[in-house]
Design a protein around this ligand. Structure first.
Ligand SMILES: [Fe+2]
Length: 488
């Protein structure tokens, strides 16, 4: 009987039900039971551990809400990222959900950046606006099966940037900390000068070059000492001073760009002059349109589009103005694919300096906070411009501009591999991915730490030994990275 039962239950593939005889033959051994129990215990502990960590970290973070916020809804972000696809504008179809128009938000003709494509007219408007690729959300609309996900497209861009990063950059004469005070003074004075120039232009008065020229000189000298100080300070703008500080910023960036391309002093000065005066035509745009707290209508945008020609006409009346500032003023909104204005110039017809001005103009505009739009971080803006460079800008100039300001420009907030948050204070001479960072926050412990300078080009034990994981938006952590540009 025992043997029969043994044979019956020991047959291969035979399931032993509860209550059947000879259970001992199919029951797990004490060792097996122990292992199974251990596995279940580990699984349970892991679950509770994750739950506890999440609960605990959220609880901890809530005490720091003045300074830091938890990463927002990472489970949703992970799911959404797979659904976001980057497609060519020629692949657009009704029923697709636009997640990002992937363009300079100031110039696109839609009230919102995210919407369901409901008419052929919307598709036509996207293509006419010179938008060549868009990001769609396949969870909320039609999909394009073989299109790369947004994450894949971003990874490709990062890989390409790594190649660009291995290039010599501008050598500075003083540290950012030393230059900041002087740069703050220049920023203030230059904004006041541009405000006065635009007031004069509105009254029909000529621009007095003998007042503008010394300011271009001061800006150039600050760039020569340390370009990071003035460039990072000029990223801070309010709605009231945006128009004036944008002009100062374009001047500063153009001077730094010319210098990094080893252009001669006279061309650099003329480019700086063009940068400072490039938006003078906006003096004739009514304030209700220029400072409208919302997207522009087609009619209002048509008025804005007149500012390059109006500025050109104003500058023409200025004695001793050269051809470079005139060209920059008239053509800084032209695009390589002919989608710009006022002359719809295309590749081969836009001058070198007007192309450079177009890059710095867009870079500064999309990094600025406006009353109805949050500015991108400098690092994110550079990546966007790099992506657009296939159609709108000269790709070689864009790469040179990235070498000029850095893949992670001074003032950019970054997350390090160690979990520390920091702000970039100085680019490395030959590796743009290894700048000097002032670290100030430990995200693993969610505490501020004693600020210290970490040189990413150095090994562990020699003031380095860390690596940038990604750039971070200061708004996400509710910190002002500018406060940490200088270690006390
Ligand atoms: Fe402009």
């Amino acid at each position: 009987m025992v043997i029969q039962n043994f044979a019956r239950h020991a047959a291969p593939g035979r399931r032993v039900e509860a209550g059947q005889g000879c259970r001992g033959l199919r029951q797990p051994s004490i060792l097996q039971r122990g292992r199974r129990h251990a596995r279940r215990t580990v699984a349970a502990l892991s679950f509770w551990n994750v739950w506890w960590q999440k609960k605990n970290s959220l609880g901890k973070l809530s005490r720091y809400t003045r300074h830091a916020r938890p990463l927002r809804g990472f489970t949703y972000t992970r799911r959404d990222k797979k659904m976001l696809k980057k497609i060519d504008a020629s692949q657009l179809k009704l029923g697709m959900y636009i997640h990002d128009l992937s363009c300079d938000w100031m110039t696109h003709p839609f009230v919102r950046n995210r919407f369901l494509l409901a008419s052929d007219d919307e598709i036509r408007k996207i293509r006419e606006a010179g938008i060549h690729d868009v990001v769609i959300d396949s969870a909320r609309g039609l999909d394009v099966q073989d299109a790369p996900t947004l994450a894949e497209a971003q990874a490709r861009t990062e890989a390409e940037l790594t190649v660009i990063a291995a290039a010599p950059v501008i050598v500075t004469r003083v540290s950012v900390g030393e230059e900041l005070k002087r740069a703050a003074m220049i920023r203030h004075q230059a904004a006041g000068l541009v405000r006065a120039v635009m007031q004069d232009a509105r009254l029909g008065k000529a621009i007095e070059l003998d007042q503008v020229s010394p300011m271009v000189q001061s800006i150039t000298e600050s760039i020569l000492r340390n370009p990071g100080a003035l460039m990072s300070l000029l990223r801070i703008k309010t709605a009231d001073d945006y128009t004036f500080l944008h002009s100062v910023s374009v001047c500063t960036l153009l001077v730094a760009f010319c210098r990094s391309r080893n252009m001669d002093a006279e061309a650099t000065y003329q480019a700086g002059l063009g940068g400072l005066l490039h938006d003078t035509g906006k003096a004739l745009v009514p304030d209700r349109i220029l400072n409208k707290p919302g997207p522009l209508t087609d009619e209002e945008f048509a008025v804005i589009k007149q500012h390059p020609k109006n500025g050109y006409d104003i500058l023409l009346k200025t004695p001793e103005i050269g051809p470079i500032p005139l060209d920059i003023t008239l053509h800084h909104h032209e695009r390589r694919d002919g989608s710009g204005y006022p002359d719809k110039q295309g590749e081969g017809t836009i001058s070198e300096l007007a192309q450079m001005a177009a890059i710095v103009d867009v870079y500064d505009a999309i990094t600025a906070d406006r009353c109805y739009h949050k500015g991108m971080s400098a690092a994110e803006a550079l990546r966007k411009i790099y992506e657009w460079s296939k159609f709108h800008f000269n790709p070689a100039y864009v790469q040179e501009f990235m070498r000029c300001v850095g893949i992670y420009p001074v003032g950019t907030m970054v997350m390090l591999e160690s979990g520390r948050l920091g702000v970039v204070i100085e680019a490395h001479a030959t590796n743009l991915l290894a700048p000097k960072i002032n670290v100030f926050f430990n995200t693993k412990k969610n505490v501020y730490i004693q600020p210290e300078t970490v040189d990413l080009s150095r090994p562990v034990g020699f003031g380095g030994g860390d690596k940038i994981v990604r750039h971070e938006a200061p708004a996400k952590w509710k910190v002002d990275p500018m406060k940490f540009l200088v270690v006390a």
